[in-house]
Design a protein around this ligand. Structure first.
Ligand code: G3P
Length: 225
């Protein structure tokens, strides 16, 4: 497996048309190529129906986009941490703002993923949730102001304070939790700014997935890493 280290560049494929069917592996392959040839850590989050296929065909870390608070058993349609694990995925996002969970459910998901040996990335919309969820000790907290998601202005430009305050608040509770930031991140400058604000990585989607040239977008993103 390629490296999994700071700075972490997480690419969330979401459910964009571009990643339906063969598109998911195509973009994952572009991520693998750029990660390997530049020695950087790129993690892909394909749709759950492509998770197994992508995991088996790339050598970079693969994460699910969401997981259900369920153990294996009679729970039709739910995506258990256990089934995510056997696809070969390394972890999962939890409570993305487009798939948001109640506090109790986030806690259950973090515990279940941990018991499966999976890594967890808990997404939060503000500082108070970042602090609240840090007490669950996920591996990552990702701060993403929802109003900036999918837009053209990076969180690092629009609201740099929310990034630095989240880093400070989370580290005060548990210095081992990695902090990511996301929403509108698209360029190498945005990634550099995220690092200078203390983040240990970024979580982004449209800048790569919706790009006409995903590989070019990735190369730009990592140019200062
Ligand atoms: O999970 C990443 C995300 O919500 C940010 O999306 O398109 O602003 O990079 P985007």
């Amino acid at each position: 497996l390629s490296k999994f280290t700071n700075p972490f560049i997480f690419i969330n494929f979401k459910a964009y048309k571009e990643v339906e069917g063969a598109g998911a592996l195509e973009i994952a392959k572009a991520c693998e190529e750029v990660a390997d040839s530049n020695g950087v850590s790129i993690i892909v989050c394909p749709p759950v129906v492509e998770l197994s296929h992508v995991s088996k065909n790339v050598d970079i870390p693969v994460f699910a986009q969401s997981v259900s608070p369920k153990a294996s058993g009679a729970c039709t349609g739910w995506v258990t941490p256990s089934m995510v694990k056997v696809t070969g995925a390394m972890g999962t996002l939890i409570s993305h703002s487009e798939n948001k969970y109640e506090l109790e459910t986030v806690m259950e998901c973090v515990d279940l993923t941990r018991s499966e040996g999976l890594k967890s990335v808990v997404c939060v919309e503000n500082l108070s949730s970042a602090i609240e969820y840090s007490s669950f000790n996920p591996d990552f907290i990702a701060i993403e102001p929802p109003e900036l998601i999918g837009g053209d202005i990076s969180v690092t430009t629009a609201n740099p304070k929310i990034v630095s305050n989240t880093v400070e608040g989370v580290k005060r509770i548990n210095k081992d939790i990695f902090v990511l930031c996301g929403a509108g991140v698209k360029t190498g400058e945005d990634v550099r700014e995220a690092m200078s604000l203390g983040a240990e990585g970024v979580l982004l989607a449209s800048g790569v997935v919706k790009s006409k040239d995903p590989k070019g977008a990735l190369l730009d993103l990592i140019k200062y890493v």
